[in-house]
Each structure stands twice: as structure tokens, then as C-alpha cells.
Design a protein around this ligand. Structure first.
Ligand code: GDP
Ligand code: CO
Length: 405
């Protein structure tokens, strides 16, 4: 891959937020290939070997709930074989056991491709028990004792499993993506961020080049949806309130497609549902921004947290028929986590609360309070591993876990 280096960077304490980077080539050859002179200083080449080395240490997580299997198979096709793949499904088990059908299809896919796929169901009682044994009960439902529904809760579970596998990096890819080529591109862009980054705490977020829509019988390549426009706007206002300079640096407030080093993944606190992605920014500001009189550890100041935002080249086409109130649920989740931060400036908080109140009236079923979950640092991994040892999905994890300890 050949990619532009960040042209601008905003700094907030130990957090470096890099501006959007364009991709110039999806594949730029091998390490030994000679470069012609004139390669600009602002463009970085990531040779294939370097990309491959990073991907061998990267787990890709697919959160899914009642998606069409054909779509998910397409997503699996786009994930390089060297990445360990985790699918966390929250699909319904009755009246039709959709998970059983998924299991059958993905196991077959894994056999055909020799791909290492770990498939789990979010409501597996054994996984809830393992969370309990590991001392991480925040994501469990008080009523039935199982892991709560929600994309964020599935992602947190995945982080736990990936941590056991000893992978250094974790990347997320939604299951409802129509283009396998764009999936491969996202993985390469994650690798490029880790390749360029100089810290143990790196996050890479994808900004879609375009989302094709059919308008008046023609294709229109839209760049921004309403939710991301608004989320980005308020996150930028948040930064500007502290730096004193207006900015438009954040372009990926809602990025479902994102990756991070496991060091960062295990440090962050999380929030529920679709608010998890915008909350990454807020939580990173809270913990590493040095704001509100909070002093930072020497280690963090020295190393920084680096956030890369990479603009993908493939159009992004996903399943858009997710029903009434879906957009509002996402927008509201973002507004809630921004406005509820103790660091949120008063004027921004007020504006957001007004917007939330309007959405609450219009879509009372979609707007729910956000739950907050503590970080995974300090969980008892040995107890978790012990609790899932007998499960079929533990096989791959266990092999990797042994390498880790
Ligand atoms: P959008 O793309 O942002 O509009 O959101 P989607 O509804 O497509 O959700 C993003 C991804 O999260 C998709 O792959 C969904 O199947 C998945 N997802 C949604 N809810 C859950 C859940 O409760 N658990 C898990 N594991 N995944 C979920
Ligand atoms: Co989607």
C-alpha cells in the first residue's frame, strides 16, 4: 500500500489526532522492489512483507446480528488468511436457529480456505460464566445473567477473546458489507496505520470515500451521512473548546470500521450500543488529554496516543434497511456520550441536550440511556480460559494462549 502521511495533526495533551490520509495505491510491491526516484516525502510505502507481518499479529472481529449469510461470506472472503478471524454473533436462535445455520456455513468456509475462524454466540451461557469468573460482570444482564445484547457488548467480548489469543492488534469490520474488496482494503489500511505509527497506543479509523445511493434512477456517491456530520461537528467543537482554535480534524466520529493496538484496547473504558465508536474519542480525551487538571503518566506523555484517519478508496455499501429510528439511535448515542463527559464544555452540553430531547420525543423507543463499562485491564485471563476450555471455539484460542504464556 502507498499512503499519504498526515498533513495536519491536532494535539490534546498526549493525544495526537492526525488529519485524513489518502491512499495512493492499494498494493505497492515487495521490500526488494526498487523505488524510482522522485517518490514524495509525504507519501509512505508499506511493502507487502511489512503488511503481512502486521496482519499475522492482527485479529479481525466481525460483530453480527441476523445478517444475511451470503453477505458475511463476502466479508470473510476479503479478510486475509493470515489474520485470525473472530465472529461474534447475536443472531436469533428461535423459532429458526439462525446461529446453527451460520455455524454450518462458516465452518465450511473455514475448511475450504484453511482460515482460522473463532465463532461464538453472544448469549452463550458459558461465555457469561467465563466473564463472571474473570471478574468482568459489567456487560452481563441482571435479569438473565447472560451477556447483554448490543454491538458494543459483542465487541467487548471479542476484545477479551482476542486478548487471550495474544494478537497485538484488533480490527473491526461490520458484517453487512456488500464489497469483499472494500473489506480487504480496510484491513490493509489498519496495517498501514500500525506501520506508520510510533506508539503502543494506536487507533486507526476509516473514513469512507463514498456511500453510493440511488437517487432519481442514477447513482450518487454521498460522502457524509447525517449522523457522522453531526457527531464530527460536536467532537470538533469539543476539541476547539480546549485548544482555542476552531478545527475540522475529526472526520470519523462514528467509524464502525476501526482498529487499535491491544495495549490501547485493554486500557479504554467503553460505552454501550452504537455509542461505542464516538466514545473512543471522548474516553481517549478523558484519559490521555491531560484536561480538567488531570496529570498524565510519564509513559503516556512519552509515547502518545496516535489516532489515524484513513480515507478508503472503495465505495462503502452496506445494508441500509435497518428500520425506523436506527439513525436516531446512533446519533443520540453519540450525543449522549459527548454531553455526559465531565469534560464537555457547558455550551456544547446544552446544545446536545436540546437535540437529544427532540429525538427522544420523536423516537421514544430508539433513544435509550447509555451504559458505561470499565476497561478490561486487570481481568483474570486464566480464569476466563479455564471456564471456556471445553468449548469447541476454545481450540484455536487455547493454542494461541499457550504461545502467549
Ligand atoms: P450501521 O452500519 O452503523 O448502520 O449499523 P449496523 O446495524 O449495520 O450494525 C453494525 C454491525 O453490528 C453489523 O455487522 C451488525 O450485524 C452488528 N450488530 C448489531 N447489533 C449487534 C449485537 O447485538 N451483537 C453483535 N455481536 N453484533 C451486532
Ligand atoms: Co451496517
Amino acid at each position: 500500500m502507498r499512503i499519504e502521511l498526515p498533513k495536519e495533526t491536532e494535539r490534546l495533551g498526549a493525544v495526537l489526532i492526525h488529519g485524513i490520509q489518502k491512499v495512493f495505491e492499494l498494493e505497492s510491491g515487495l521490500e526488494t522492489d526498487l523505488e524510482r526516484p522522485g517518490n514524495g516525502l509525504m507519501i509512505q510505502r508499506m511493502p507487502y512483507e511489512a503488511e503481512n507481518e502486521i496482519e499475522k499479529r492482527m485479529a479481525i472481529v466481525i460483530p453480527m446480528r441476523n445478517e444475511r449469510i451470503k453477505l458475511v461470506e463476502g466479508v470473510l472472503t476479503g479478510i486475509p488468511n493470515q489474520c485470525l478471524t473472530f465472529i461474534v454473533s447475536n443472531s436469533s436462535r428461535s423459532p429458526v436457529d439462525r446461529f446453527a445455520i451460520e455455524k454450518d456455513a462458516f465452518e465450511r468456509f473455514a475448511r475450504f480456505t484453511s482460515k482460522q475462524i473463532v465463532l461464538v454466540h453472544q448469549k452463550d451461557p458459558c461465555l457469561a460464566e467465563a466473564c463472571r469468573a474473570a471478574g468482568y460482570t459489567a456487560i452481563l444482564d441482571e435479569k438473565d445473567g447472560l451477556i447483554k445484547s448490543g454491538k458494543a457488548e459483542g465487541m467487548i467480548l471479542a476484545k477479551l477473546l482476542v486478548s487471550l489469543s495474544g494478537c497485538r492488534y484488533i480490527g473491526f469490520i461490520d458484517a453487512d458489507n456488500y464489497f469483499p474488496g472494500s473489506v480487504l482494503e480496510y484491513v490493509r489500511e489498519y496495517a498501514a496505520g500500525f506501520f506508520i505509527g510510533k506508539s503502543n497506543y494506536i487507533m486507526v479509523r476509516i473514513s469512507w470515500h463514498s456511500k453510493p445511493k440511488i437517487i432519481d434512477d442514477g447513482l450518487f456517491f454521498a460522502k457524509w451521512g447525517r449522523t457522522s456530520r453531526q457527531t464530527n461537528h460536536f467532537l470538533n467543537m469539543f476539541i476547539a473548546a480546549y485548544t482555542g482554535f476552531e478545527t475540522d480534524i475529526i472526520k470519523t466520529g462514528n467509524a464502525g470500521e476501526h482498529a487499535m493496538t491491544m495495549d490501547l484496547a485493554l486500557t479504554l473504558d467503553y460505552s454501550s450500543g452504537y455509542s461505542i465508536e464516538p466514545n473512543h474519542f471522548i474516553n481517549i480525551f478523558e484519559r490521555f488529554g491531560g484536561l480538567g487538571g488531570k496529570s498524565l503518566s510519564e509513559e503516556i506523555i512519552e509515547k502518545h496516543v496516535q489516532i489515524f484517519q484513513i480515507e478508503s478508496r472503495n465505495p462503502h455499501l452496506h445494508n441500509v434497511g435497518k428500520g425506523e429510528g436506527h439513525v436516531e439511535e446512533m446519533t443520540c448515542g453519540a450525543f449522549q456520550v459527548i454531553s455526559q463527559s465531565p469534560l464537555c464544555p457547558e455550551n456544547i452540553k446544552k446544545k446536545l441536550q436540546q437535540e437529544i430531547a427532540v429525538m427522544q420525543q420523536e423516537f421514544p423507543n430508539s433513544v435509550k440511556p447509555v451504559d458505561y463499562y470499565p476497561s478490561l485491564s486487570g481481568i483474570n485471563e486464566t480464569a476466563f480460559m479455564e471456564a471456556i476450555r471445553e468449548q469447541p471455539y476454545a481450540d484455536v484460542i487455547q493454542k494461541c494462549y499457550k504461545r502467549k504464556i
